[in-house]
Design a protein around this ligand. Structure first.
Ligand SMILES: Nc1nc2c(c(=O)[nH]1)N[C@H]1C(S)=C(S)[C@@H](COP(=O)(O)O)O[C@H]1N2
Ligand SMILES: [Mo]
Length: 433
C-alpha cells in the first residue's frame, strides 16, 4: 500500500490563538472559515469532497489544515518539534509515538530551567531529608543499586499542559499540541523502599523533589521547579527513583543521571536531575507547587476569567486520553482497501476500558482491540482498521473510556487559566482516493 502524505497544509506552525475549535494546532484562522463555513467551500479548500459532511459539527475546522513540522532538531531527539529553545521544550509528533514502548530519542522534553552540565554519575548523590524524615541520609547511585530491590516498569509521563494549544482564549505557556506524552520503561528503586529505610514520621504529608537544573534567570537562589506528591502517591509500588530509561542511561534532557517517576500525574511531579527529596509535614511549598502553576479551578469557570488562587486545586491524576499513532495525519489511502489504525490510551491512575473510532465525525463509533497494560500506570495499545465508503476527505477520531466510565470529550474541555488537562479526542485527516 502506498500511503503518501498528500494533504496540503500550512507550513508554518506559529501560534494563532484566535482560532475557535481547531482541535489540532493550525495556522489557518478560524475567521476565514466563519465567513466561509459552507461545506462546499471547505471541500474546495481541501480539494476533495467530504462524504460525511452532513455529520460535521458546526464550527469544526478540518484537521487537514493543521500545521506541519519544523526542521530544527535537538541532538538525540531528531524528529521532535521544538516549542521553545530556552528552556528547551520539544514535543513528539503523534506518528513518531507509534512504538508500544517510547524509545529514548522519541521522549518529549519539558524543561523549566537550564539542565546541569558535565555530570558524573559516580559522584551523583541523592539526599533524603525534610522535617518528617527520621534519619536524613545521602545515597550515591551505587548505594541505591546495592541496598534496594531493582524494579523495571513501563510508565507514562504526560505534561499537565499537553494539548494547551487548543484552548480559547489562549493560555500562556508552551503551546503543546498532542506530543507531551511518552511511555518508556524505567529502571530504578521504589521510592517507598528508600523512604522506609530513612524512616518517615506519622505526620508525613508530602514528598517534594529538588533537581540540579538552574533557574533561567541565572539566580542561584531560585529553583527552576520543585514539586512533589502526597505521601500516599509516593508510597505506591510504581513510584520510583530511576537511573535508566529503556535499559540505557536516561537521556541528558530527560534527567540524567537520576529522576523521580510518579506516573499518571502531571509530568511535573516526576523530578529530573534528582538530587534531594524532602519528606514534608505539609503540602510541599517548592517552586511551581502553588497556584496558578499546575492547578485548575475547583469549579467550572467562564473562558477567559480571572480565578483567585484559593479557588484553584492542585492537579493530581491525569484524565483519560488517547492518541492515534498510525496512520500519520494527512496520508492518502485507496478507499477500496482497509486502513489499519492504532495508537495508545491512558487514564492517569486508572485503566482504559475501551477505545472507539469514528470516520463520520462522531455519528457512529466502532470498538477497537485494546491491550492490557504492561503494568499499572503504563499506557494501553489499541488497534483496529477502517474502510471508507467512497473517495473524499475523512477524519479518524479516537475516543477512549476509562474503567470508571469517564470518556474523552469531542471539544476542548473546561477552560482554565494555564491551559492544563485538555483531553479532547485526537483527530487525524485521511484522503481516500
Ligand atoms: N528538575 C526538573 N524536573 C522536571 C522538570 C524540570 O524542568 N526540572 N520538568 C517537569 C515537567 S513540567 C515535566 S512535564 C516532566 C517532563 O519530563 P521529560 O522532559 O523527561 O519528558 O519533567 C518534570 N520534571
Ligand atoms: Mo509539564
Amino acid at each position: 500500500m502506498n500511503k503518501k502524505k498528500v494533504l496540503k497544509s500550512n507550513n508554518r506552525r506559529k501560534d494563532n490563538h484566535s482560532d475557535g475549535m481547531i482541535l489540532n494546532h493550525g495556522a489557518a484562522s478560524r475567521r476565514d472559515f466563519l465567513t466561509n463555513t459552507s461545506v462546499i467551500s471547505l471541500a474546495t479548500a481541501l480539494g476533495m469532497t467530504i462524504p460525511f459532511a452532513r455529520f460535521m459539527p458546526e464550527g469544526f475546522i478540518p484537521v487537514a489544515f493543521a500545521a506541519q513540522n519544523n526542521p530544527d532538531t535537538i541532538e538525540g531527539k531528531e524528529g521532535l518539534i521544538i516549542l521553545n529553545d530556552r528552556p528547551i521544550n520539544a514535543e513528539t509528533p503523534a506518528h513518531l509515538l507509534d512504538d508500544n514502548i517510547t524509545p529514548n530519542h522519541r521522549m518529549f522534553v519539558r524543561n523549566n530551567g537550564i539542565p546541569p552540565e558535565n555530570i558524573s554519575p559516580d559522584n551523583w548523590t541523592l539526599e533524603i531529608t525534610g522535617e518528617s524524615c527520621v534519619t536524613p541520609t545521602t545515597f550515591t547511585i551505587k548505594d541505591l543499586r546495592e541496598r534496594f530491590e531493582e524494579v523495571t516498569l513501563q510508565l507514562q509521563v504526560e505534561c499537565g499542559g499537553n494539548g494547551r494549544s487548543e484552548f480559547v482564549p489562549a493560555a500562556s505557556g508552551n503551546q503543546w499540541t498532542t506530543g507531551a506524552i511518552g511511555c518508556p520503561k524505567f529502571t530504578g528503586v521504589r521510592l517507598r523502599d528508600v523512604l522506609n529505610f530513612c524512616g518517615i514520621t506519622t505526620d508525613a504529608q508530602y514528598v517534594g523533589y529538588y533537581g540540579a537544573d538552574t533557574h533561567t534567570s541565572g539566580n542561584p537562589d531560585l529553583d527552576a521547579i520543585s514539586r512533589g506528591v502526597p505521601i500516599s502517591k509516593a508510597m505506591e509500588r510504581e513510584s520510583i527513583i530511576a537511573w535508566a530509561m529503556n535499559g540505557e542511561d536516561i537521556p541528558k534532557q530527560n534527567g540524567f543521571p537520576l529522576r523521580l517517576v510518579c506516573a499518571g500525574w502531571p509530568g511535573s511531579v516526576s523530578g529530573k536531575w534528582l538530587n534531594r527529596l524532602v519528606v514534608r509535614n505539609q503540602i510541599h511549598d517548592g517552586e511551581k507547587m502553588a497556584a496558578p502553576s499546575y492547578t485548575v479551578p475547583r469549579l467550572k469557570v467562564a473562558p477567559g476569567s480571572k480565578i483567585p488562587n484559593e479557588d484553584m486545586r492542585i492537579i493530581e491524576s491525569m484524565p483519560v486520553k488517547s492518541l492515534v499513532t498510525f496512520p500519520e495525519s494527512g496520508i492518502s489511502q485507496d478507499y477500496r482497501q482497509r486502513l489499519p489504525v492504532r495508537g495508545h490510551a491512558w487514564a492517569g491512575d486508572d485503566q482504559i476500558s475501551g477505545v472507539f473510532l469514528s470516520i463520520d465525525f462522531g455519528a457512529t463509533w466502532l470498538p477497537t482491540a485494546v491491550s492490557s497494560a504492561a503494568n499499572r500506570l503504563a499506557w494501553q495499545n489499541f488497534e483496529s482498521w477502517v474502510q471508507f465508503p467512497e473517495p473524499g476527505y475523512y477524519e479518524i477520531w479516537a475516543r477512549a473510556m476509562d474503567n470508571v466510565g469517564r470518556s474523552q470529550p469531542m471539544v476542548v474541555p473546561g477552560w482554565n487559566p494555564r491551559g492544563y488537562l485538555n483531553n479532547a479526542c485526537h483527530r487525524i485527516a485521511v484522503q481516500a482516493t
